[in-house]
Design a binder for this molecule. Sequence first.
Ligand code: GTP
Ligand code: MG
Length: 197
Amino acid sequence: MRIHQATFIKSAVKPADYPPPELSEIAFAGRSNVGKSSLINVLVERKGLVRTSSTPGRTQLINFFTISGECPPLTLVDLPGYGYAKVPLEVKRQWGPMMERYLAGRETLRAVVLILDVRRIPSDEDLQMLDWLRAYRRRPVVVLTKCDKLTKNERAKQITQISLRLDLPREELVQFSALSKEGRDNVWKAILAALEE
Ligand code: GTP
Ligand code: MG
């Protein structure tokens, strides 16, 4: 999948500040520091389109990007992460309502990519996010990232555990690494399938 154009549009907290709902939209969710921004950069083949950071909790706003190329014109949305203890209380307080307004109300939202660290058993917050997506009838695409950090054996074991914990078949868990770019095509495939639903 070649992307010819990728542009940052704007950051927003509330719906009045979202870009007009014109293009189909794909959002990326997951805990702080899991690798949401890195995944987006690999999907669009732009190293610095989305700022990545070793400091968890950097993305606190809803960030909108538009892309075009071999894919249909799309808006990609980098959502603020959850689960990072050191985020200021005020930021934590606004996170829930901000996400709820977006997930419940965004009419052009077609799928949400939920990103999980392949090395970790999904937390209660990860499970809550999955439940939340289902409650709002948002189709989840589950991606296991940082696969480069495990051996083949370790990875297979983790996928079994994660699949049990999420109650999802392992075939539905897309294996990915932003470092090696393994799984990029499969993430794209899952996104395009979600767009066709
Ligand atoms: P916040 O915006 O702070 O919530 O983080 P994020 O989920 O956007 O994560 P980000 O993409 O900024 O990545 C966090 C850290 O993990 C960075 O140091 C990345 O280089 C690293 N990282 C992300 N994906 C991978 C991966 O697939 N493999 C490895 N080894 N490191 C990764
Ligand atoms: Mg980020």
